[in-house]
Design a binder for this molecule. Sequence first.
Ligand code: C2E
Ligand code: MG
Ligand code: MG
Length: 559
Amino acid sequence: MGNSLNKFEQFNDVFKILAKCTDDYLFILDFIEDHFNITERGAERFNIPCADFYNALEIISGAVHPEDKEMLANNLEMIKSGQSSEHDLEYKWLDKNGNAVWISCRGQAIYNEQGQANYLVGRISELGRKNKIDNITGLYREIKLRQDILDIGKPGTNGFLLLIGIDNFKDINERYSKEVGNTTLQGLAECVVNIAGNKAEVYRMSGDEIMLLCTDAGPVIDDPAKYMYKKIRAAVDEKIGEKGYRLFYTISGGYVYFTEYDNFGLDYIDRAEFALRLAKIRGKNMCVCYEQNDYSEYVYKLELQEALRKAAENGFDGFELYYQPIVNTKKACIYGAEALLRWQNKKFGMVSPGIFIPLLEESGLIIPVGRWVIEEAMRQCLKWQERCPGFRVNINISFVQLKKSNVISDIDTYIEKYGFSSNNVLFEITESGELESGYATHSILEAFHRRSLNLAIDDFGTGYSNLRYIKEMMFNLVKIDQAFIRGIKSSQYDYMVVKQFTELAHSLNLKVCYEGVETEEDFKCVMELKPDYIQGFYFSKPVPVAEFEEKYLGKEKVF
Ligand code: C2E
Ligand code: MG
Ligand code: MG
């Protein structure tokens, strides 16, 4: 025994020196004495009592992840019995908090004169440190996926990538804590691994995303990726149910099938990421398959947004206001005009406001562009007032301007700058879910009211038709959406809704404007309902300044 202790101690001394030169943990296991020694940092990291202990196999077994105990015991048995002299395993130890830590353990057996394995000497290194394994979920990391996908290497592989993400993961981290976020992610990882079984390899991507790589899927026509997503979702729901819905969350998925004609490789990862992004944009808790068309549209919109930014920076190049007459039905005359934004560009031509306005809103560009619209429309209106005293203009205001800029102060600035009378301008705000959300918009609308700025609720009937705003008299005018007006001739229901609503508005002293009156038949039909104003192609489409001046300005009777 004295001899063996010496050898043990000799190794120990060498380890103390080597420990300073490596991140790995060096160890010696004495099979005969059941004695173990590991460099000091190893004892601090793993779930073992100290760096040097007897009763080695039992204690080590307690520090190994339950899933891996048997494999390790078998391997050590093979070495002890002389069937194998090399120890080379990747498996999981537990850290001081009981979390799994992926390690690579390599060692060499040393035999005594009787040919018995006496020692195992080697090193343990943490795979997480080498970036291969994620220590939170125990999954391979993206770096490994990138190798694996290149290894598949050939077009025509029958498989897919499926990327799963937790919806609103940031909220979980912020509302609870990072630890709760991590536990949630671990729970999801377990579900994914269970469902993937041996059909797919699983990887932790950045943030809350987990990727499945399947290289042997069934026929694409059966949509096996979607099927797998649904099974994962069901497993997640079940887990949440078991925990009593204390922490409820949903998951989204994006997937892409490998195809024969494409360059195989890394851009498949980008495609799965793009599909997941679409799933989130489209409302979350769903799964989207990558389609080339969606991607082309996305790129088109990005380019458009970039061109819009350049145009705005470049003196609002290509932006122009068109005007559509608004007809006063009692006097059969033109009451004013709605200013409607247009944009054109060499590359994209004339782009529909239905496309570019949401892009301006998403990027926040609607704030400077909206300011430009307010100033431009007021200047134009003043000019027209020289020929037509009291001429009025309606200006559209986006909820982004309301929420993210001080639009009232902008309006005041121009009213002051041009000595404009606030009676001659009216601001149209579209009725939408965005308007609904919260106290903030409510108080901004109140500020309009206090400043005696005229407000219209635009596209009424398409959003929540919030009668509360109307009751609180925040608006002066209600513009009923074209969809109702279009339906008025064919649908008794639409007819009744418009009729009742017009009467209700009138009883509250509000004015009513009908949008989208297109034909003479429409016109005759809606006139029965006694709107105050009408706007529609029947009188005119929105037209450029010169055309408006020529055709409509100062015209006495329009019908
Ligand atoms: P909106 O404010 O409801 O404007 C009325 C829209 O209905 C205009 O579309 C107009 O061309 C269209 N329209 C008018 N009469 C008829 C008709 O008889 N039949 C049909 N089918 N359509 C008719 P446009 O110009 O394409 O504008 C679409 C939307 O873009 C506007 O709806 C408004 O929400 C937004 N928008 C336009 N200019 C601005 C702006 O300067 N700022 C903001 N924030 N939004 C704007
Ligand atoms: Mg409008
Ligand atoms: Mg409208």
